[in-house]
Write a protein that binds this ligand. Structure first.
Ligand code: SPV
Ligand code: MG
Length: 431
């Protein structure tokens, strides 16, 4: 029998999918692959229903002969397994990031003598609306909030990028690159106190109040679906912290990271050059416990950030705090360092993992930036945060353009550095 293969990466079936099945039937037996959770997440189609439910959905389509699991975004393994005569797909994979997948399939089919069929993508008002609605569903608090915990389980390391506005949110949400035949993108977003403050021209000393920080979160949430980790600074007074936890959880934020400092907070990258006071273990444990007590879902995470290495209090102090904070209920540990050499971070991770295998570890490699994600993951790190790179890249670019306009008394000389007007006006999707 002639085998026709197609892969579905969807939580619901619409006319477009049915059209592909109808077309496929003209060539032979239709085998549909359902993308596994792990693969779907790589593709930023975070599932809103379970894998079993997605299998069931496809099994019930008329004209489908069999349903299989596709474990990778690229088709190498599945083509080897099934040896299809045809691979059929909507022609939306002829351009954009999905083109890398089509190229992969073309190469494989050239080898086996099979053919690739591109079916015109169904663009009815109904399918467009269903697509858009399903996409937006992923941004609803009940889906978004639990996504961080799911990612920690599914990813070797959760790659997180700083955002401080709708625009930077769009970059985090949509930037996707092909790397060695794999599609790559960020998993989560970090609402940095440093960058949120800097964007407002304010110092990073907990001056930008929570109401304003929530507003930033809301701007980001409007245009994204990825999970959010909130930089909660010291968390403030315990009496205030509990309200912050409640609000963040209700909004659909996945985690707050609070640092074990007290009093006037200064940015950690100043280290001991400025006066900073570390909280006592007892008081910080009380803060964690208070936050956990008011939390309403099992999704939300309170991550304790340890400043012992920043404040030169030593490894033993950092480890003692980590274990105490976990005992108090912390759902994760962030360990920070401002050294260029990652040695102390790796030593902490290795020692912590000797007696704690599961509590997620978060790191922020702003200073020790030569270390790779793979190396961090090998030492037990679960989340890596690129905490300020978007802000630090945008500022010099903007300043340079400003200087040049002043220099030449016109904007022509900077034009080749600017995003074309056409592109910027179409950057934001119309509803
Ligand atoms: C932030 O991004 O605001 C952080 C990380 O807290 S750091 O600036 O390195 O302290
Ligand atoms: Mg901060």
């Amino acid at each position: 029998m002639t085998k026709v293969y197609t892969c579905f990466c969807t939580d619901f079936i619409h006319d477009g999918h049915l059209n592909i099945i109808r077309e496929a039937q003209k060539y032979g037996d239709v085998i549909v692959g359902v993308l596994s959770d792990k693969a779907m997440i790589k593709f930023n189609k975070f599932p809103t229903i379970s894998f079993e439910e997605r299998m069931e959905l496809v099994k019930n389509i008329k004209g489908v002969s069999s349903v299989v699991v596709q474990n990778d975004v690229m088709y190498d393994k599945i083509v080897e397994e099934i040896k299809p005569d045809y691979v059929i797909h909507g022609d939306n994979w002829c351009s954009g990031p999905m083109k890398a997948i089509r190229d992969n399939v073309l190469k494989l089919m050239e080898k086996t003598g099979g053919k690739v069929i591109d079916v015109p993508y169904t663009k009815s008002e109904r399918t467009n609306l269903l697509d858009a609605k399903n996409e937006l569903k992923r941004g609803m608090p009940e889906y978004r909030r639990k996504r961080l915990r799911e990612l920690i389980n599914l990813r070797d390391i959760v790659k997180t990028i700083e955002v401080h506005s709708g625009l930077t949110g769009l970059i985090a949400e949509k930037t996707i690159v092909e790397n060695d035949g794999e599609l790559d993108q960020f998993d989560a977003m970090w609402i940095s106190s440093l960058c949120d403050s800097t964007a407002k021209g304010k110092p990073d000393i907990e001056l930008v109040d929570m109401t304003s920080r929530f507003r930033t979160i809301s701007d980001v949430m409007e245009v994204t679906t990825k999970p959010i980790i909130f930089d909660g600074d010291t968390g403030g007074l315990i009496e205030h912290f509990v309200y912050t936890v409640r609000t963040l959880e209700r909004m659909g934020v996945s985690a707050i990271i609070v640092e074990d400092k007290i009093g006037l907070k200064k940015n950690s990258l100043f280290g001991t050059e400025v006066k900073q006071t570390q909280d006592t273990i007892e008081h910080f444990c009380e803060k964690i416990q208070a936050g956990k007590r008011v939390q309403l879902t099992d999704d939300f995470m309170i991550i304790a950030r340890i400043e012992s290495l920043i404040l030169e209090q030593g490894m033993e102090d950092a480890l003692q705090r980590a274990h105490a904070f976990v005992k108090a209920g912390a759902d994760g540990i962030m360990i920070h360092s401002r050294k260029k050499d990652p040695a102390e971070i790796l030593e902490f991770c290795d020692k912590f993992r000797e007696s704690n295998k599961n509590t997620p570890i978060v790191v922020v490699p702003s200073s020790f930036n030569a270390i790779t994600e793979a190396e961090l993951a090998r030492h037990g790190v679960n989340i890596v945060i690129y905490a300020n790179q978007l802000t630090r890249s945008a500022f010099p670019a903007m300043e340079e353009v400003a200087k040049n306009i002043l220099k030449y008394h016109r904007a022509k000389e900077v034009d080749d550095r600017l995003m074309p007007i056409k592109q910027i006006i179409s950057l934001i999707d119309e509803l």
